[in-house]
Design a protein around this ligand. Structure first.
Ligand SMILES: *Cc1c(COP(=O)(O)O)cnc(C)c1O
Length: 390
């Protein structure tokens, strides 16, 4: 049976060149970067090369990169330790309603510690409007965190504008760039980003490694206590093979970004248009232009996201939904609700996120199978009234 993976916002396969680069550090070059001897120093060098490769991708100084276990840890460290370390300046924090749970739950944690958090609404395209932030920001706001692009609906935020508004009010600006690093250009200096979270496994690197960019002078603290690694900001022996892989993945993504984006935009457009043209009662979600290359998100009326996923999987197509059943409750995601979709429409959400190795043949296979699946599900659905039987 065919196997078509279209869930690259969840994770990506490790690039063969990345794996190749990692092998020595999983075998003969196993040294601890803190050791004085030559094996240790070889590992140290590898870590510093990885740091340089990642810094180069976002126009940062390598000394501004702290390696973490992934995007989740980077988000937690940026938000929680910045707030705790700077609370004498104010206790008001701002984020958006559509953030990843790693960000949202870090803010919920801070609310429990007595911080005042504003969750900004987004417009129907999933965008945080500059005006909304300008109205919410206050003299006691110390931190604003808005993701670069959303993992469910693909909308890219006006980061440069949001950062400028934050700085005018004296707040620092953090962005979760897990969905954009290596896919669209990022220049932390030009965009005014003070802190940025990234993760390796979303850009064809290994899992369990990520980083936090912290602009020189922005005062955060360590989450973990122990050794003095990562300028005393992240205790624990470095994940050397992970860092090597992340660095290599970042380097390749920088070189191939333009080519990949073109490919993904072309396939994404073919997929989106094909779906809309062949399946009635489809609602396209997210922003029409400001979106991550290759991210297609839609809602089908009168069907249920989880059923679509199971049916697609039986045809070898792997995708995801913002309305998958979590903890037994069928609740649409906070993102779909925040863009104003009614529950009954949000329930039929489907996210297809393409990757560099997807082909036009993959897209056409989905376009052959999906309309039949939706028609069949609607046929069986008690929700489908006259609208669903077209
Ligand atoms: C995947 C993801 C994360 C979490 O990254 P991990 O490395 O898996 O912890 C955070 N934010 C966004 C937007 C993501 O898509």
């Amino acid at each position: 049976m065919k196997s078509v993976y279209m869930d690259h916002s969840a994770t990506t396969p490790v690039d063969a060149r990345v794996f190749e680069a990692m092998i020595p550090y999983l075998t003969s070059e196993f040294g601890n970067p803190s050791s004085i001897h030559s094996k240790g120093q070889k590992a140290r060098q590898a870590v510093e090369t990885g740091r340089e490769q990642i810094a180069a991708l976002i126009n940062a100084d390598p000394r501004e990169i702290i390696f973490t276990s992934g995007g989740t840890e980077a988000d937690n460290q940026a938000i929680i330790t910045y707030a705790l370390n700077n609370s004498q300046k104010g206790k008001h924090l701002i984020t958006s309603a559509i953030e990843h749970h790693a960000v949202l739950d870090s803010f919920h944690y801070l609310q429990g510690l007595g911080f005042d958090v504003t969750f900004l609404p987004v417009n129907a395209q999933g965008m945080v409007e500059a005006e909304t932030l300008a109205k919410a920001i206050r003299p006691d706001t110390i931190l604003v965190s808005v993701m670069h692009a959303n993992n469910e609906i693909g909308t890219i935020q006006p980061i440069e504008e949001l950062a400028a508004i934050s700085h005018e009010a004296g707040a620092v600006f953090h962005t979760d760039a897990v969905q954009t690093i290596g896919k669209i250009p990022i220049d932390v200096r030009k965009m005014g980003i003070d802190m940025l979270s990234a993760s390796s496994h979303k850009l064809h690197g290994p899992k369990g490694i990520g980083c936090l960019y912290v602009k020189k002078g922005v005062r955060i603290k360590n989450l973990f206590h122990g050794g003095g690694q990562e300028s005393r900001l992240r205790a624990g022996t470095e994940n050397v093979p992970g860092i090597v892989g992340f660095g290599k993945a970042a380097e390749i993504a920088g070189q191939e970004m333009h080519k990949r984006a073109e490919h993904l935009n072309r396939l994404g457009q073919r997929l989106r248009e094909g779906i809309v043209n062949s399946i009635p009662n489809t609602i396209v979600t997210g922003h029409p232009e400001m979106r991550v290359p290759g991210s297609v998100s839609v809602c089908f009326e009168f069907v249920e996201g989880e059923s679509i996923l199971l049916m697609l999987d039986s045809y070898g197509i792997m995708a995801s939904s913002g309305s998958a059943c979590t903890s037994g409750a069928l609740e649409p995601s906070h993102v779909l609700l925040a863009i104003g979709l009614p529950h009954e429409i949000a329930h039929g959400s489907l996210r297809l996120t393409l990757g560099k190795d997807n082909t036009q043949e993959d897209v056409d296979y989905v376009l052959e199978v999906l309309p039949r699946i939706i028609a069949n599900l609607r046929h069986m659905s008690p929700l489908a009234g006259r609208g669903g039987s077209q």
